[in-house]
Design a protein around this ligand. Sequence first.
Ligand code: G3P
Length: 218
Amino acid sequence: MKFFIDTANVDEIREANDMGILAGVTTNPSLIAKEGRDYKTVLKEITEIVDGAISGEVKATTTDADGMIKEGREIAAIHPNMVVKIPMTAEGLKAIRTLSSEGIKTNCTLIFTANQALLAARAGATYVSPFLGRLDDISEPGFRLIEEIATIFKNYDDIHAQIISASVRSPLHVEQCALAGADIATVPYKVIKQMIHHPLTDEGIVKFQNDYRAVFGD
Ligand code: G3P
């Protein structure tokens, strides 16, 4: 499984990218709004930090296929690594079909069922983004959705869409996504930091330091 980071905060992206773990970045209207900066400027800056798939979503207020297609072409023009994120709607599928036919990479988002993922893949989406955290929030096992989509996609050789597990809220979610067979997990910076730490690792570092200092000093 590969890692994307799920943020529009360029400082977090730089920090995670310096660890050598990132294959891409996902943003969404809420994450962009949180930064309060010009949309295209942020996306351009991100493409200059991470050499990987960078997802930028069409405006949340654009709901018709023609509007999404127009915006998608503008997003794609920012950088060759740009991926156009489009919500799972009938109009969104039409936009994915057209943009994909033009060679523009797309990421179909806000997916909550295997059927939605299958439709998006058939429309030509490069990536599908099932949101497992938001399913957990309503007491539905989000990782089951990842398992279902991974199983269905493996059943058909002509399905090439990659699964990006999104709405990841914990290190446990990351492990579940890897076990379920997701291609990618897009992970908030906070969760990346949680994944790094284990109390026994931290404890072991302190013991090594103390034992070393006792003999050799600093
Ligand atoms: O990319 C989708 C992701 O940002 C949604 O996460 O935590 O808002 O459900 P969350």
